[in-house]
Design a protein around this ligand. Sequence first.
Ligand SMILES: [Zn+2]
Length: 505
Amino acid sequence: MSVDPRLKSRRFVEMYGGTNLQTAPARVFEWSAIVFLLLTAWLLVLPIQTYADSDTIRVTLDLSTGGGVTGLVVDHNSDAIVVVWDDTPHVFAWDEIEALSAYKARLSLLTLARGREGALLAVDHFVLGRFMLERGRVVLARKEFDRAKRLDPSYKSMITKALRAHRVTKKTTDASPFECEESKKDSPVSIPGEAERVCESLTDSLRSRLTDAGLTDLTPEQVEQLKVAVRDVYDRFGQKVIEELGDEVKVIETEHFLIHTDATPSTGKQIADWAERMYDSLCVAFDFDPAQNVFLAKCPFFCFRSQARYLKFARVFDGYNAEQALGYSRSIERLGHVHIVLRIPDPHDRRAMDRFASTLVHEGAHAFVHRFHKSRLIPHWVNEGLADLTSEEVLKNRCFTGEKTDLLVSQYVKYKWSIGDVLRSNEPLEVHQYQIAQSVVAYMRSLGREKFVTFLTLLKDGNDLPHALAYSYDGLSFIDLERGWRAWVSRNSVSTGTPFAAGFE
Ligand SMILES: [Zn+2]
C-alpha cells in the first residue's frame, strides 16, 4: 500500500535532468549551487509527497479492447479509474475493463479504503455484487450478495430486486461480440479505395464548390443543380455498395443523412435519430443556420450488423483494415467528401450499443466539422475534443467520455501536470490525450460561442493554431490557455473525497 518506488526514482532522474553540480567551474557558483541543490531537493520532495498523501495501490487492468496496463492508481470513482502507466496518467471507464479484472481492482480499492482484508461492509459487497451482475457475472454477483446478506440481512430485499431487474433485462449480456472501441486512428486513410474513384466522377467545378461550401454567390437554382449532381454521385456510390455487399443493405434517408445499413428497422431508426440529434447539437454549437445544409447533398453513413460486410466495405471502398475499429470517418479533403462507417453491435447489449452510439456521434461530428465553412482539416486535438464533447452533449448518460474527462483532468490540475505538448501538437492524439482535448474545447466554448466559432473559422481558412487562438480569444497564448483552463477545471471539478467515497456510489 505504498507509492511505487519506480515512480519515485523516475521523478528523481527527471528533476536532476543531467545537471552535474560538481563540475561547476568557479567558486562564485558554489553558493548558487547550494541554493539550487536545496531548491531542487525541496521541489523533488513535493510530487512524491503528493502521491504519498493518500495511500494507493498498483493494479493490473485487462482492457476489453485487448492488452492490459499495470500502474499506480491515482484516483477512481464509480465511473472510471486513473492509473499512471508508462509515466503517463491514463483514465479508463470501468466499462472498458474486462469484468473480472475490474472486479479485482475494485475489490482491492475497497480493501484499501477499509484498512484490511475482511473488513468490507455489507454495502461494499452489495455494490460489488451489483457491479458484477451488470456485467453478466451472475455467480460472482451472488457470492457478493450472500456476503452482504450475512453481514446485514436487511439487504435481502434490495438483492432480490437487483436479481429480478437483471433477469428482465438479460438477453445476451454475457459476452459482447464487439469489444473494440473506436479506432483512435480515424483520420483520413491514405490508400485510395473504391469510394475515392466514385467521388472522382464529380466535375471540377462541382469539386471546388464542395470544398468551399461557399454557395452564397449562387442563385437558388444553381445550388439546387449542384445538390442534384452530388446526390447523383452518392446514389451511384450506394448502388455500388449494394452490388458489392448484397441487397440486404437498405438506404434510410433522413433530413441530412443517407444511411446504408443491414440493421433491423428499429436499430435503423435509432441510428437516424442519433445522427440527426448530433446535427442539431452542432448547429447550435456553431451557430449554423439549420435551414442551410452543411453537407451539399446528404452525408453517407454505412452501418453494418455483419462484421464480414463491415470489413469488406472498409477494404474495398476505403482501402482500410478496420479490424481494430468499431467505426471510422473518411474525409477526402480535396473532394470535400466525407462518409462514416460503423459496425453495429448486438442491439440487446446495452453497453455495446452505448459505445456504438458514442462512436456514431463522435464520427458524425467529424463529418460535420469537416464540411463546416471549408473542408480543410483542423488540428487533431480540436477535432477530437469537439467530437467527444458532442457525444457527451447528445448522449448524456449513455456516453462515458465526460465522466472519464472529469476524473482525469482533475488529476492534471491537482498534480500540476502540463498539457502544453498536447496544445502545441498537430499530431494524432494518444489514447490518454482525448480527455484533455475534450476538456480544453469545453473550456474554450465556455468563453463564448462567438469566439469559438471565429477560432474554428480561422483554422478552416488555413491559419495556424497560435494565430487563430490569439485572434479569436483576445491575444490568448498557449500558456494563457493552459492557465485559464486549469483555473476553470478547479472551479468546476467536483471533489471526489476519500478513496472510499470516490470509489463507490
Ligand atoms: Zn475521432
